[in-house]
Design a protein around this ligand. Structure first.
Ligand code: NAD
Length: 477
């Protein structure tokens, strides 16, 4: 079997790694072994293939949808478009979604999809054809629907693909009022939600900010508390990486390194993110950027440069036994799913580092997807009913205070006090609150149960919550 035709990874271990994390976490609780096995298992694995016409011939497209856990409905998870995707990977990512949703209290089970193509090799018309056919296959087997399974973007897919999915589902479910809630990450014009596109990266930035806000934890790493002036390297200039970098810079971090598949660039005094993006758009590569002081054709070398925080936001298995000892960062903020292998993570922690685990750090996307799903089900944008009412009420309060105290607010101050919240502000506030609360919950559990890592603590938390759901359903005594 050629590598291209291999539908399973050559060494399937990602799903086993995720299960191993659950086993590790189970040591801190007292759950029935059968219940733990049920929690770990992938409930439904749908592997399928369909033909598409390319020129004068046909090509077979291999695809998956895995629903890991039905302890909550619907299930939820992105669709990955990648020629490296395989069944083991989709199962692992679906499982991670279950634990992720539990951690941030989003009432979904986990799922994931995969289409084994490199989107760069296909025209837009071909991608549309593949996406619509993929959706039809899901509809045929009841693997999609607002109350069944709700896909979202992932590596290689975005708003465009989500709108094709929504349109296909809508076409095949005429008259279904909630049809648009069948997928999230849609463009605003197709009832998406403000702030979804940047939500995962923004959430990563909140996660890192929360982590570095604990002075004691930072002291142990020889760092000051706070994001300000922390040097960061980001791998992947896609949706998650770009937005994580953007918001961390907004919080005061200095972006010293960027790694893409074509290579990496570095400048210890800082890189201008937008300028690098512009350079890449013009030249097709981050390499050759004139303000970089170092550049590496081997992208992996970029990860090993001096910095405080490394944000891998591309793919899994980027920090491994082969390079972990050369990683100079003291904190890894996992934007991607599974970027650090378990043994590499153990080495990094032994050397005194902190890993902010993927299933918490990149949960911003599913959190805001949840808000989008709620918006689609309620058929009204957040803030539409109460924004003006709130503004009028606040303005009246200001007027009364001004008249009784004889003071007068400036127009800017008045706006600050009386402005009603927009959908974007509400979404960002919900996202920020979720990321802060969840970090505190994970860290507190780590401290109280003396758990070895934030990842294990996050799994303990997730498994406990899922176990409670099963018990509430009466499935387990
Ligand atoms: P994306 O396709 O928008 O971006 C990925 C970027 O990584 C691309 O720019 C690509 O060129 C780059 N890349 C690929 N291989 C690389 C390599 N070897 N070295 C450096 N860069 C490389 O994908 P995304 O949506 O940003 O997803 C990235 C990761 O985040 C994935 O692991 C995904 O599962 C995870 N994630 C995404 C979301 C989301 O909302 N998009 C949510 C949660 C988790």
């Amino acid at each position: 079997m050629t590598k291209e035709n291999n539908l399973f990874s050559e060494e399937p271990h990602f799903y086993a790694d995720v299960c191993q994390y659950v086993d590790q976490a189970a040591k801190y609780s007292n759950h029935d072994v059968g219940l733990l096995n049920q929690i770990k298992a992938c409930n439904s694995v749908y592997r399928f293939q369909f033909p598409i016409r390319r020129g004068n011939s046909f090509e077979i497209i291999h695809a998956w949808r895995v629903e890991h856990s039905h302890h909550m409905s619907p299930t939820k998870g992105g669709i990955r478009y990648s020629d490296m995707v395989n069944e083991d990977e989709v199962m692992a990512l679906a499982a991670l979604m279950t634990y992720k949703c539990a951690i941030v209290n989003v009432p979904f089970g986990g799922a994931k999809g995969g289409i084994k193509i490199n989107p760069k090799d296909y025209t837009v018309a071909e991608l549309e054809n593949i996406t619509r056919r993929y959706t039809v296959e899901l509809i045929k087997k009841n693997f999609i629907g607002p109350g069944i399974d709700v896909p979202a973007p992932d590596y290689g897919s975005g708003e465009r693909e989500m709108s094709w999915i929504a349109d296909t589902y809508l076409t095949m479910n005429p008259g279904s009022l909630d049809a648009l809630a069948c997928v999230t990450g849609k463009p605003i014009a197709l009832h998406g939600i403000a702030g979804r596109k940047e939500a995962t990266g923004r959430g990563v930035a909140f996660a890192v900010r929360e982590c570095v806000s604990f002075a004691d934890d930072m002291k142990a790493l020889g760092l000051q508390a706070g994001v300000a002036n922390k040097k960061i390297i980001v791998q992947g200039l896609g949706n998650v990486g770009y937005n994580a970098a953007k918001y961390l810079i907004e919080f005061g971090a200095i972006l010293v390194g960027l790694c893409e598949y074509e290579g990496a660039i570095y400048n210890e005094n800082g890189l201008d993110l937008e300028d690098v993006v512009k350079h890449r758009k013009e030249t097709g590569s981050i390499l050759g950027y004139s303000k970089a002081t170092k550049e590496f054709k081997d992208s992996g070398e970029g990860l090993e440069q001096a910095c405080d925080i490394l944000v891998p936001a591309a793919l899994e298995n980027q920090i491994t036994d082969a390079n972990v000892r050369r990683i100079q960062a003291k904190i890894i903020g996992e934007g991607a799913n599974g970027p650090t292998t378990p043994t590499a993570a153990a080495t990094f922690l032994e050397n005194g580092g902190i890993i902010i685990p993927d299933m918490y750090a990149n949960a911003g996307g599913v959190t805001v997807s949840y808000f989008e799903w709620l918006k689609n089900l309620s058929h009204v944008a957040f803030g539409r009913m109460d924004r003006r009412y709130d503004e009028t009420t606040s303005a009246n309060i200001v007027k009364i205070i001004e008249s009784t105290t004889g003071t007068s607010l400036s127009p800017e101050q008045r706006l600050l006090v009386s402005k009603g919240a927009s959908e974007l502000e509400l979404v960002n506030s919900g996202l920020e609150d979720t990321m802060i609360r969840s970090y505190h919950e994970i860290r507190e559990l780590k401290m109280t149960k003396n758990v070895e890592s934030l990842r294990t603590a996050a799994f303990v938390l997730a498994v406990d919550k899922i176990a409670v759901s099963y018990m509430n359903m009466g499935i387990w005594p």
